[in-house]
Design a protein around this ligand. Structure first.
Ligand code: URA
Length: 206
């Protein structure tokens, strides 16, 4: 119990440091957009002991206003997906590759990804998940590369719902790419695909 509490305290301290470092990222190309709009960087939320981490792309407007990941329409769908496999936000961890909102929700640039990805790396090393679920092609591309399996990359239409293995600094993790939930907001038939694909998580938790 004591060892668990010490580990937990270390995780909380490391996450707090990460938060402070992102807040202080004045050289980010997204920093002035953050401050002009009174946005908050979105670190992530959930359990620091989670076996499963969900990684989206970057915060949207609601997220940047509240500081919480996936709290808009995509987030409602993500919550429904979690509920469908008897999970909740409290037992998983949800974050993004890029921690500040890009203007008008455009895709993050390569430079922005290069700047923010080390924060995701640090977060993952703190949590050490068994399963990493990538929401969309941008986090998929980054994490397959980081996990040493960039050679497996194909268009997300061919990879979604299938599991792969990546090697990270804490060991092997299962990689499950899913379509980004926003896709289903514009194309209703994708909803069913997402609900089918997310079921695959359960098989890899044991
Ligand atoms: N889309 C994302 O990729 N992340 C969020 O937090 C919200 C929408």
């Amino acid at each position: 119990m004591l060892i668990y509490m010490k580990t937990r305290d270390k995780k909380i301290t490391a996450m707090q440091q990460l938060h402070d470092d992102i807040v202080a990222l004045t050289h980010s190309p997204l920093y002035s957009y953050r401050t002009i709009n009174n946005y908050i960087p979105v670190l992530g939320e959930g359990s620091l002991d989670a076996s499963i981490v969900f990684v989206g792309e970057a915060p949207g407007e609601k997220e940047a206003k509240s500081g919480r990941p996936f709290c808009g329409r995509s987030g409602t769908l993500l919550d429904e997906m979690l509920t469908s496999i008897h999970l909740s936000r409290e037992v998983v961890y949800i974050t993004n590759l890029v921690k500040d909102r890009p203007p008008e929700n455009r895709d993050p640039t390569d430079d922005e990804i290069a700047l923010y990805a080390p924060f995701l790396d640090r977060q993952l090393a703190i949590i050490q998940p068994k399963v990493i679920v990538m929401l969309g092609r941008i986090s998929m591309k980054y994490l397959f590369t980081k996990g040493g399996v960039a050679n497996e990359l194909q268009p997300i239409g061919q990879m979604h719902g299938q599991v792969y293995k990546g090697m990270f600094e804490w060991g092997e993790a299962t990689l499950l790419p899913l379509y980004h939930p926003a896709v289903a907001l514009y194309n209703g038939s994708m909803r069913q695909v997402l609900f089918e694909d997310v079921k695959n998580i359960l098989k890899y938790l044991k």
